[in-house]
Design a protein around this ligand. Structure first.
Ligand code: AMP
Length: 224
């Protein structure tokens, strides 16, 4: 869910997350976990939690990593019904101390669904971690690196989601062919998104290559 104020205008804040942010957040989580919980199995919630889970498996020296998949949000910043578990695991968790990992708890529904499912597989102990935690989430993870107030809600564009998110944001923002400057300007205007550190041209060309956008001369439009 996005805050009500601009929902009708289809405008909201979007923020680019850097690898430095990811490193800092995973570093904090790994130190907090290492001090309090002897993990032997990490489960990443696909897709957003897979990379953080892999980084934590490195930092916590845990080689046993699995994944479950939940689905909840549809197109960038648009909810797609109730969170549901899409992929289960075929592993007996008895005797294991498990850390379940996601990128962010926003509504908290995905983590809640995954946590309850993993709990039903009878691990010895189960704890949860997310890099970001929005304070209105109905689920509070045992570990998180940063608390975001609802007032500071944004759609966080993680480095592993740049193409999907930008394609969706551009589609929402621009309905006709636009050049790169216009794309940057619209993203700034509609989502307060600073793209100065992004190689937008390469991203747009790749989106054309994959059939997500069309180009006419130096102007681009999303394929609807
Ligand atoms: P939720 O069930 O609402 O806690 O979120 C489920 C998943 O949707 C998260 O694991 C993220 O991958 C994605 N997501 C939800 N809210 C955001 C957000 N504000 N920014 C980026 N991704 C989000």
């Amino acid at each position: 869910m996005i805050p009500d104020y601009d929902y009708m205008a289809n405008k909201f804040k979007a923020t680019l997350v850097t690898w430095e942010d990811i490193d800092r957040w995973c570093g904090k989580i790994s130190r907090d976990v290492a001090d309090t919980f002897k993990v032997d199995t990490i489960i990443g919630i696909a897709r957003g939690g897979v990379v953080p889970a892999r980084i934590l498996s490195d930092r916590l020296w845990v080689k046993d990593m699995l994944s479950v998949k939940t689905e909840h949000w549809g197109l960038t910043a648009t909810k797609d019904g109730e969170a549901v578990l899409k992929t289960k695991i075929d592993t007996d968790l008895r005797g294991r101390k498990v850390l379940v990992v996601d990128d962010i708890t926003d509504t908290g529904e995905s983590m809640s669904v995954a946590y309850n499912y993993i709990k039903s597989l009878h691990p010895d102990e189960l704890k949860s971690a997310t890099m970001l935690h929005i304070n209105r989430s109905k689920y509070v993870p045992d570990y998180y690196a940063e608390l975001i107030t609802e007032k500071n809600w944004a759609w966080f564009i993680f480095p592993w989601n740049v193409y999907e998110d930008l394609n969706n944001l551009i589609r929402k923002s621009i309905s006709d062919y636009a050049d790169i400057d216009k794309v940057r300007e619209s993203l700034k205007q509609d989502y307060d998104l600073d793209t100065s550190n992004l190689d937008i041209e390469t991203i747009l060309e790749d989106l054309v290559h994959f059939g997500k956008m069309k180009r006419q001369n130096n102007r681009y439009v999303t394929v609807q």
